[in-house]
Design a protein around this ligand. Sequence first.
Ligand code: NAD
Length: 474
Amino acid sequence: MNYPTIQLYIDGHWRSAAGAPIINPADETVIGTVPHATKADLDDALAAAERGFATWRKTAPAARMQIIMRAAALIRTRVEDMAVAMTLEQGKPLEQARLEILRGCDIIEWDASEGMRQYGRIIPAGPGLQHMVHRQPIGPVAAFSPWNFPMSAPARKVAGALSSGCSIILKASEETPAGAMQLVRAFHDAGLPPGVLNLVFGNPSEISAYLVPHPTIRLITFTGSVPVGKHLAALAGQHMKPAIMELGGHGPVIVCEDVDPVDVARQSVTTKSRNAGQVCVAPTRFFVHETHFEKFAATFAERAAQLKSGDGMDPTTQLGPLANIRRIEAMDRLVSDATARGARLLAGGSRIGNRGYFYPITVLADAPDDALAMNEEPFGPLALINPVRDLDEAIERANALPFGLAAYAFTHSADNVNRMTGNLDAGNLSINHFVASVAETPFGGIKDSGYGREGGTEGLACYTVAKNVSHKFG
Ligand code: NAD
């Protein structure tokens, strides 16, 4: 088994510590131990981040870019080893782990180049006066990344911070630590100066309670659940720290009358199976025009039932295990509640076997609006399919929840697109495809799904502050 020894990384050095077991979700065996940082480790990381920031902010953007690019190039040579470790700890099929790493590299490389273009501007102000806006790195960042994307989620935060001239303390997921550790190792090997990037694990609430209020930290970035996000945003607010909050979603998919329901249903199943639905932008609530509803639901269920579930290390696996037992419990709770309220179960519906956290794609039709699954983010392989009379009804139902992350629509009508662009509550809307974001586009939510953006120029702007220098002369 090719699972690395997990260590902390502080001030340019690797540290071992006692910690907790790491479980392979495919067979529930222990594959390693995640070290837990002590308060002394955190103090060292904070002091290192302070020193690292002093060095890094004064490093020329071109020199920063070269080191970051070198790290990405190293990762591209290590995809295979990294992917194996990520499949072992998180469960996703190996091919999806490879694609996640390559996507992480795309993000790192795009941010690295964009870091060269943190332009300010000069505002004309009449004779003898000039206003100059400088974009400056905000300072040491505390980042909290989740277990569903062990490499690309931390990569977004590390790339954003480093490309903007900030230092960072990354607290990555304790359940899937190898993705983050191998990411950090590439930066170490690429020659990143000590202290610029630090990696810790431990008790998440204790670490955030210590780092967020600490005066060294100038920005918080978190990806995870809405309740934890609200807690951290409140803590950041008490200490006047800006925050980037990438929280949950409940992706609506609007299927209009003018598309082929069979084709859209097939694409939907493929997307739903990605990471076994444990994706904040997963398509979940399907609002299908009533003329296509039965055909769409039947195709979706048939296709879902054909997917091969199994260990992600098996190249024929299409649907890996869920990442932890909490997701199995959540699926069971949501499915039994929905069926008790009258939803029709068209596929899946219960755990597969009792060793490994396997759960099939589960399709529910006609789930009433008060079913828990129609309101709580399932964060698992659950699809809810409902008919709608027209686009107005679809938009109204899509907007009914407090979430507003990714939304999808299938239509060839420019008028429909225009109406959805104006009226759908979402940070990201994709029409006729299921890619919610790429490196160069801003990604993030509205309403309870959070604020701030990752990706694109908007994402990098979050890691900077605008300083206006008003200069009188002559
Ligand atoms: P959870 O709410 O306990 O934890 C969510 C994440 O926050 C985890 O990574 C955890 O380590 C971290 N966390 C928890 N308390 C924290 C604290 N006080 N300070 C800092 N970090 C803290 O739930 P969970 O069972 O791990 O995940 C389930 C839910 O989380 C899902 O239903 C989903 O809504 C959400 N989630 C969202 C994303 C995303 O990409 N937006 C990713 C992972 C999980």
